[in-house]
Write a protein that binds this ligand. Structure first.
Ligand code: TTP
Ligand code: MG
Length: 456
């Protein structure tokens, strides 16, 4: 714990839903649910208007529909979320060289490394308000909640206290007071299982937890966990803000605004991504031992699978082969919305020349294949991804463009008819028109593909 409140945590409000409301003026101020809209889909997030009806992240879309039938149910547009995220992270990096992103919409910022005259509560508060205003302006209207405190733990707790569009600075010395009445689940690492174990022992609040001595805690939740809980219950947290976590891995991923089901296409995409990753690795003179794939399913569950090699590689065929092997173990029959390949466990050297053959053999064994090292990409024609649509062809929320009427989004589709609302972030709420689903004047609109940012 620091002497001054110099750790800032920023988290965008109802992130995906807020981006949708920004880009779809008719939905501003209305309940919006983003997630898998199919029969087995789950909610990724809901606007605060929808949360009033009890809609929550990870709830089934079916349940969300029954709680808030009049909400707009939209499938995600990840290109727009990534773009907004990049703008926000860029602003934070201007504020301080020490920025640690945790996900697309949240990050820690070390204000001790920022250019501030001092770290008094008044100074950091004013700074945070400026930052929030900048985020609002640069993203075209997204709001962020910010917490500031003497540690990561406190900053993160604080950013949640006055959500949405809030700022809470926890003055040094008031941390324990703040935590005491809170439920133990506020502590990082206390999930439902640990929370339940503690509850059975009569420990519900942080104050209850504080009263338990270390030995007893270790008995309750185990040694590693017990020590951590004992410290965090007393607001003791010395974790540093670590910048440039993305430098610890190199990855490439693509999101498809619709579900991919063709296995050979997925393999082809992984192979291509492996090639990109390998190129970047060798460009920077890096290699890595762990190959990871990331797969987001049709219902927004995201899985990752990884495998570790005996020695580092920067070889495209090797990464590709491992990636495809990892995919082979996953059931993707429901459809896939995102695929990615990453290499981590980086070293600044490659062993290939000296041990190339040995490595090839080791790999072959690891893969249960002959270690001949020869690699051929599967023979598939790569379709134009802008043409890959789901079964109905048009999914709710998708960006479209009409030859005469311009840009809009799919409001609904079915029975051969697609209904579009013609509006964008820059227009007022626009008119609604329906078309035959194969109307030649109506096209999917996609942002031109850019280089994917590297993943933390
Ligand atoms: P969160 O920051 O947890 O949620 P949020 O920004 O929607 O709402 P708030 O912070 O105001 O409470 O997550 C950020 C985004 O991550 C969210 O908009 C959607 C996505 N997400 C999922 O896809 N699945 C999930 O289960 C969660 C929690 C989030
Ligand atoms: Mg958020």
């Amino acid at each position: 714990m620091r002497a001054q409140a110099s750790v800032l945590h920023l988290d965008l409000d109802a992130f995906f839903a807020a981006v949708e409301q920004r880009d779809k003026p008719s939905l501003r101020g209305k309940p919006v649910v983003v997630g898998g809209v199919g029969g087995r889909g789950v909610v990724a997030t809901a606007s605060y208007e929808a949360r009033r009806f009890g809609v929550r992240s990870a709830m089934t879309t079916r349940e969300a529909r029954s709680r808030c039938p009049h909400a707009a149910f939209l499938t995600g547009r990840f290109h727009a979320y990534r773009e907004a995220s990049a703008i926000v992270m860029g602003l934070l990096r201007e504020a301080s060289p020490l920025v640690e992103p945790l996900s697309l919409d949240e990050a820690f910022v070390d204000l001790a490394a920022a250019d501030l005259p001092d770290l008094e509560v008044a100074t950091v508060s004013a700074y945070a308000e400026t930052l929030r205003a900048r985020v609002h302006e640069a993203t075209g209207g997204l709001t962020a909640s910010v917490g500031i405190g003497t540690s990561k733990f406190i900053a993160k707790v604080a950013s949640d206290l006055d959500k949405p569009d809030g700022l809470v600075v926890v003055a040094p010395g008031t941390e324990r007071e703040l935590l005491r009445p809170m439920n133990v689940t506020v502590i990082p690492g206390v999930g439902p299982a640990t929370g339940e174990r503690l509850r059975r022992a009569g420990i519900v609040t942080v104050a209850d937890l504080e009263a338990v001595d270390l030995d007893e805690l270790v008995r309750l939740v185990g040694k590693a966990h017990g020590a951590g809980l004992h410290a965090l219950a007393r607001a003791q947290d010395d974790r540093a803000v670590v910048a440039d976590r993305e430098a610890k891995s190199v990855s490439s991923e693509s999101t498809f605004d619709t579900d991919l089901t063709d296995r050979s296409l997925m393999e082809h995409l992984l192979t291509r991504q492996a090639g990109e990753v390998a190129t970047r690795l060798s460009k920077h003179g890096l290699s890595g031992r762990t190959v990871t794939i990331k797969v987001r399913m049709h219902d927004f569950t995201t899985l990752s699978r990884s495998t570790t090699l005996p020695s580092p590689t920067d070889s495209a065929p090797t990464v590709a082969r491992l990636a495809r092997r990892l995919l082979a173990d996953l059931d993707t029959s429901g459809g896939v919305r995102l695929l990615g390949v990453g290499v981590s466990g980086l070293a600044d050297w490659v062993q290939e020349d000296l041990f190339g053959e040995t490595l090839g053999e080791a790999l072959g064994e690891a893969l249960g294949e002959a270690g001949d090292g020869a690699e051929t990409a599967p023979e598939v024609e790569l379709p134009d991804l802008s043409r890959v649509r789901d079964r109905s062809g048009w999914w709710p929320g998708a960006d479209v463009v009409h030859d005469e009427l311009g840009r809009g989004w799919v409001w609904g589709a079915g029975r051969g008819v697609v209904t579009v609302r013609f509006e964008t972030a820059e227009t007022p709420a626009g008119p609604v028109r329906s078309f035959a689903h194969d109307d030649p004047a109506l096209h999917p609109w996609q942002k031109p593909v850019e280089d994917e940012p590297e993943e933390p």
